[in-house]
Ligand binder design. Structure first.
Ligand code: PHE
Length: 341
């Protein structure tokens, strides 16, 4: 072989190598190209190097430099191409029929979903949101709400006292008073929040649970408004379910009534969830007592109104057919996944 033939062969191999490396579309194909050009035992560049000693002595220096240049260039191109190919291999090996891997990203808690729905229904009726503290003063929780000091609710067994006249609120009703102190009527607010009671955890009681309070105060507001609004709410929320009002008692409302909805779990026939009655109590309500208005600085001669308090946890049990309130607070993701939207 002459020097010129050697150099021409080297350039031809260079062109072929670059083309083959660029054309390799998988790591397997690239390995084949590597073997064909720079394989340890044979390969076009390897073979050319082996041909060096057959050249005349004075030609070897230039020829050696050239074949080394081509080898280095080919090796760099191989490395670069290898990085460019997916490590998992060929793009054609991806199985597009494989189901996607599902990822749990978290979602709203069932009780929050219910609160959001309640808030939306009342928002359309002109109610806005008000909030108050969970650590509350005794006066707001009881005194201003016309709860007498010897009332059983004030008992240490029901209320978590914090000392110095402070307690964990046992209901959202203190925010009625805080709202009326701050805003002059007409007032229409919805008050969602957590409340605390020294209850044992059982299928229908939890020591902390959420409530949604409603308050509507204006001139000439009557019990008819209460009944019509709450019935409208139940129709929107529960569909065509039947409702009924039962007389009740709260120190801060007069008259007072509880509203029941036909049990969604048994369709009103009677089951364990509704204790065989066919009805589910969803809220307490009544006309705000004049003493509450006076305590909040609202003229009870001019203004009247109504209030209600409901438990979205209980409502969530009904809505989603959950048999035990404790499931709501277990944070078991398998349960939450079933309900989350
Ligand atoms: N605060 C009462 C409770 O926790 C519910 C209620 C609110 C009743 C407003 C009447 C009016 O049981």
């Amino acid at each position: 072989m002459t020097l010129q033939e050697f150099l021409d062969t080297a350039r031809a191999i260079e062109r072929d190598a670059i083309a083959a490396i660029q054309g390799a579309s998988s790591t397997d194909a690239l390995t084949a190209v590597r073997n064909a050009f720079v394989g340890r035992k044979s390969g076009r560049i390897t073979d050319l190097m082996k041909a060096l000693p057959s050249l005349p002595q004075e030609a070897r220096r230039e020829a050696g430099a050239e074949v080394n240049r081509v080898k280095t260039l080919a090796e760099r191109a191989l490395e670069e191409r290898e990085r460019g190919l997916a490590p998992a291999g060929d793009a054609t090996e991806v199985d597009l029929t494989m189901p996607a891997r599902e990822q749990w990203r978290g979602a709203k808690h069932p009780v929050t979903l219910v609160i959001d729905e309640i808030v939306e229904i009342f928002r359309q009726l002109g109610f806005t949101i008000a909030l108050g503290p969970e650590a509350e003063h005794e006066w707001y929780n009881f005194g201003a709400l016309n709860v007498p000091p010897d009332h059983p609710a004030m008992d240490m067994h029901d209320t978590l006292y914090l000392g110095d006249g402070a307690l964990l609120r046992t209901h959202t009703s203190p925010v009625q008073v805080r709202t009326l102190q701050r805003w002059a009527p007409p007032v229409r607010v919805l008050i969602p929040g957590n409340v605390y009671r020294r209850d044992f955890f059982d299928p229908s009681h939890a020591p902390m649970f959420s409530q949604v309070e409603g308050l509507a105060i204006d001139e000439g507001v009557s019990f008819v408004d209460l009944k019509a609004t709450l019935t409208h709410f139940a129709k929107r929320f529960f569909g065509a379910a039947k409702t009924r009002f039962r007389p009740s008692f709260f120190p801060f409302t007069e008259p007072s009534a509880e509203m029941d909805v036909e049990c969604r779990l048994c369709g009103g026939v009677g089951c364990a969830a509704c204790k065989g009655t066919g009805w589910m109590e969803i809220l307490g309500s009544g006309m705000v007592h004049p003493r509450v208005l006076d305590a909040a600085g609202v003229d009870s001669e001019t203004y009247t109104g109504w209030a209600f308090g409901m438990g979205p946890g209980r409502i969530a049990l009904q809505r989603y057919g959950i048999p035990d309130i404790r499931i709501l607070y277990d944070s078991d993701v398998r349960f939450l996944e079933q309900i989350a939207r």
